[in-house]
Design a protein around this ligand. Structure first.
Ligand SMILES: CC(C)(COP(=O)(O)OP(=O)(O)OC[C@H]1O[C@@H](n2cnc3c(N)ncnc32)[C@H](O)[C@@H]1O)[C@@H](O)C(=O)NCCC(=O)NCCS
Ligand SMILES: Nc1ncnc2c1ncn2[C@@H]1O[C@H](COP(=O)(O)OP(=O)(O)OP(=O)(O)O)[C@@H](O)[C@H]1O
Length: 281
């Protein structure tokens, strides 16, 4: 009995950390319906990718999440993580024919896997509080410098033009939306006993309601971002996925997202990260 509980609480290996990242990205992809995003059965607001594109990308990225966890365990500097992330981005683009399926997650989940690796090297399990602290201690300064670099990507440029908090600024702040909104929302949904699809949908909407998602901003401007945030707030205020008309309302919101070509890709990445935290817990 004692042996079993010791095994259950061992610090994870890089293999386990990386495998949980791949599974968490699959958790996000599997959620259906979800507004404007790619699911196993529809393309949302995207005409250049579908679930197969995502699966090819996932397959190409499996080794990356293990490698970046190993780098974290070895105490690597931020530049080494960045090189590893850039190489992974190149593999993703080669696997998808040049389509951006997982850029946000390569960055966000990559940093989280590195933090989990650093904790595991000290024999610690990756709890949310320890992960946030480790990220700040090991790479916080470099991330703050990184966040000042002007972006050449459409989302990053929209964020700076519109005065929004970019993906790299969110990282420099220690992923407040992940740790203060997504993770508590998923934990709360689980405590209420919601089935997985409902728990994930409520978590996704909780994130959409507060995140400066640069994918939404680049596709729909400030108006699109604010429309999405208000729709998510209203959905949750009406009882969320578990409300009698929850799925119907979510489908109607999804239809309007597609009509406006809106896709909350940053929120999808944050949901995947919350699924990873749960798998690591
Ligand atoms: C830093 C990155 C994310 C670029 O960010 P930038 O702000 O320039 O671009 P952009 O706004 O388009 O965001 C990229 C992706 O992040 C996600 N995202 C969007 N908004 C947000 C947000 N507010 N918070 C979190 N994620 C978001 C989306 O999926 C989006 O596609 C990244 O592409 C990069 O530089 N990669 C190379 C280095 C790397 O991957 N390193 C990994 C380990 S450190
Ligand atoms: N299920 C999903 N469906 C769509 N996007 C997702 C999904 N999960 C995560 N994302 C994130 O959304 C981003 C892709 O969004 P998008 O295609 O709008 O970005 P882009 O390549 O910057 O812009 P565009 O294609 O509009 O020129 C990826 O970085 C990815 O991390």
């Amino acid at each position: 009995m004692r042996l079993r509980s010791a095994l259950a609480s061992h610090a994870p290996t890089a293999q386990e950390i990386g495998r949980a990242a791949t599974l968490a990205l699959h958790d996000e992809l599997a959620l259906s319906p979800k507004p404007g995003l790619v699911t196993p059965t529809d393309r949302g607001s995207h005409d250049d990718m579908d679930a197969h594109t995502f699966m090819r990308s996932l397959f190409a990225l499996r080794g990356y999440f293990v490698r970046i966890a190993e780098l974290g365990a070895a105490g690597a500097p931020f530049e080494a993580l960045e090189q590893c992330g850039i190489a992974a981005e190149a593999r993703m683009l080669a696997a998808t024919g040049g389509i951006n399926t997982h850029r946000g997650s390569i960055f966000m989940l990559g940093l989280l896997c590195a933090s989990a690796g650093a904790l595991a090297a000290q024999g610690c399990r990756p709890t949310p509080a320890l992960l946030r602290q480790t990220l700040a201690t090991c790479w916080g300064d470099a991330l703050s410098v990184r966040a000042l670099r002007p972006s050449k990507l459409p989302g990053g440029m929209a964020a700076s033009r519109l005065g929004l908090r970019s993906a790299s600024a969110e990282a420099a702040l220690g992923f407040p939306t992940l740790f203060e909104t997504a993770e508590p929302a998923l934990r709360h949904a689980r405590r209420r006993g919601l089935p997985t699809a409902q728990a994930h949908l409520d978590t996704l909407f909780a994130v959409i309601s507060v995140l400066d998602d640069s994918n939404l901003a680049h596709r729909g401007g400030l108006e699109g971002l604010h429309f999405a945030q208000a729709a998510a707030r209203d959905f949750l205020a009406a009882g969320g996925a578990a409300a009698p008309k929850g799925l119907q309302t979510s489908a109607a919101i999804g239809k309007e997202f597609v009509r406006r070509r809106l896709s909350p890709g940053g929120a999808a990445d944050t949901l995947a990260a919350a699924c990873w935290l749960e798998r690591m817990g």
